[in-house]
Design a protein around this ligand. Structure first.
Ligand SMILES: NC(=O)c1ccc[n+]([C@@H]2O[C@H](COP(=O)([O-])OP(=O)(O)OC[C@H]3O[C@@H](n4cnc5c(N)ncnc54)[C@H](O)[C@@H]3O)[C@@H](O)[C@H]2O)c1
Length: 484
């Protein structure tokens, strides 16, 4: 428990914020009267138990026009802003917080109108583009200023810490089992001690990292026709699912996928595909089975591949391929299928499941591939029962996000003058230390899985699967394509 005597403002009180608020009060000793929640939808009922204790609720919308005056009304230097809304321009709100000495956290980097400019080049619609704009902005600042942690939810967020833990566990097992010997073993030990994660990933031979997620939460209140059902923000999911697929592009990759575009500026660690993330499917794995997941663009693909790059001057000599492989809950899969039929026009009814979930879990982790063990998965397998035990009426998906927001907020309060930070720049031991009690089963396990291990060709001799059987870690082996 840490003390905090300043103010905290939540913008957005949806699925994630609802789960975050009770956990925040468990870990941060702050007077309820110092906490304000802004949401433009009616949240009186959902907030009743908190407003009764003194939390203030304001029904309003933060817009491009009123953002400065509204934030100024509730925040001053040393206060904390927790942004769990959607479509608030990250550069503008970060600049405001920097100018006013306010600590800031969000779980995704967003813009005012993500659907504007449908004719823009695919590279300009990417998260990479947004990150470059954030970099340009803070490049002009004279000092780092108040801490602002961006993209610190579950993924992006915890997944960066799982990745670091995984690299250390792979190295530990490789050393313990004497899979590396002599000089190589000494090098590995030194990299572990120094926690040089880019060199460590390189030395271990890591080629690909998936954020692999299977949400098995099911319900006895099935999706209705014209309804989108999910376990977290439907607006957020639609926005990221219907735009370009994006991935960190490894130095071992031999051929770009169809419709791939590369960036002209910055570290150029990513590519994007002129194809919706929700329609870009890959083979992946969670303990202990193969899944098909979508390469929906996410911040971790950018930051993990950026931070794990090994540079020789201006040349990237090593980088793994990094991307999301998302298999959402069954209701969401059916909702997406309906959305495709409706030409991506959102259904009129939206529902985020909570109390109607009957069983299941959110299984979310870093699948680290290409090393001596083939694959290694590190992450959280959190059941609905366990998440309800931790915070009643919340689901496993929002729990994994909420605890990460609280952990990063605590770190921010303890480290208030660090400027802008991405999850990879926070200490993984601190964040995992706070988060683990909320993550259900914390798993770190090996597997002999490769994307080709379970593949069977149903039409052998009549189609032309485009695989690289010599190198299982090529992106083309993961990607589900015509002719496979
Ligand atoms: N990194 C992660 O792991 C992760 C996971 C889940 C969600 N997210 C992100 O977190 C955010 C919140 O997710 P959620 O599932 O709680 O979404 P949600 O749709 O359930 O809730 C968002 C809430 O914010 C309110 N809101 C939106 N814009 C607002 C504005 N301008 N002013 C005031 N209120 C506003 C909405 O009315 C809604 O109640 C989204 O941006 C989502 O993409 C990140």
């Amino acid at each position: 428990m840490i003390d905090f005597s300043n103010k905290i403002l939540f913008v957005g009180y949806g699925a994630v914020a609802e789960c975050t608020l009770p956990i925040l009060f468990k870990h941060i000793k702050v007077a309820p009267k110092n906490v304000t929640v802004i949401d433009f939808e009616a949240k009186e009922e959902k907030l009743r138990q908190w407003t009764a204790k003194g939390v203030r609720y304001v029904r309003d919308k933060v817009t491009e026009e009123n953002m400065h005056s509204m934030l100024g009304k509730y925040l001053s230097a040393g206060d904390v802003l927790i942004d769990l809304a959607w479509n608030i321009d990250a550069c503008e709100i970060l600049q405001w917080c920097h100018d006013h000495g306010v600590l800031y956290i969000n779980t995704s980097v967003e813009v005012w109108d993500p659907y504007a400019g449908g004719k823009k080049h695919p590279t300009e619609r990417t998260l990479y583009w947004r990150h470059m704009n954030v970099r340009k902005m803070y490049g002009k600042w004279k000092e780092k200023g108040a801490t602002a942690v961006i993209e610190h939810g579950a993924n992006p967020g915890l997944i960066s810490h799982f990745t670091k833990q995984g690299l250390l566990d792979i190295a530990g097992a490789a050393l313990a089992e004497k899979r590396v010997k002599g000089r190589k073993a000494e090098t590995l030990k030194d990299l572990v001690t120094a926690q040089k994660f880019n060199n460590l990933a390189h030395e271990l031979g890591v080629k690909v990292i998936h954020c692999s997620e299977r949400d098995t939460q099911i319900t006895d209140v099935p999706k209705e026709i014209d309804e989108f059902v999910n376990t977290w923000s439907i607006e957020g999911f639609r926005e990221e699912g219907t735009t370009t697929s994006e991935l960190g592009w490894g130095t071992h990759e031999k051929t770009l996928p169809a419709y791939a575009y590369q960036h002209k500026n910055g570290p150029k660690n990513q590519i994007c595909i002129a194809r919706m993330g929700m329609n870009t499917w890959v083979r992946s794995w969670v303990p202990n089975y193969t899944i098909q997941g979508m390469v929906v663009r996410h911040g971790e693909a950018f930051t993990i591949s950026d931070k794990l790059t090994v540079w020789d001057g201006k040349k990237a000599v090593y980088r793994p391929t990094v991307h999301y492989a998302y298999c959402p809950c069954d209701e969401a899969i059916v909702s997406l299928n309906e959305l495709r039929g409706y030409n991506y026009k959102l259904q009129p009814k939206l529902r985020i499941m909570n109390d109607e979930i009957t069983k299941g879990a959110d299984i979310l982790g870093a699948l680290i591939m290409g090393h001596t063990f083939n694959s290694w998965w590190v992450g959280s397998d959190l059941s609905i029962e366990e998440s309800r035990r931790l915070v009643p009426h919340q689901n496993a998906t929002t729990m994994q996000v909420a605890i990460s927001v609280v952990a990063a907020t605590m770190w921010m309060i303890e480290n208030p003058s660090e400027g802008i930070k991405v999850p990879d720049e926070l200490p993984h031991t601190y964040v995992l230390g706070v988060s683990k009690p909320y993550l259900g089963k914390f798993i770190s396990t090996r597997s002999d899985w490769t994307p080709l291990r379970d593949y069977e060709n149903a039409f052998s001799g009549f189609n032309k699967p485009d695989f690289d059987v010599k190198d299982p870690w090529q992106f083309k082996n993961f990607l589900v394509k015509d002719g496979d």
